[in-house]
Design a protein around this ligand. Sequence first.
Ligand code: FES
Length: 86
Amino acid sequence: MEKIKVEICLGTACFVMGGADLQDLSDIIPLKFGEKVEVLGNTCLDLCSTEYGKAPFVKVNDFIIEKATKDKVIAKINEILSTQEK
Ligand code: FES
């Protein structure tokens, strides 16, 4: 099974729009999902210039989560895992 890739935007726009809170995900995700999920930081996902109002952004595989929260990211991971396990 391929690892799910989570990219948390750590750029300024996302940080000020609530992204600071998302940094906890790099601790939470490995505890919750172990080796199934890889967490990476990205300095800018290049969405803030056009979609600033929807920041912060997190990318889960190819899916962009707008106005990302920890709950939204975890829900998306669970959704992908449930489809992989079928
Ligand atoms: S700072 Fe997050 S997309 Fe640019």
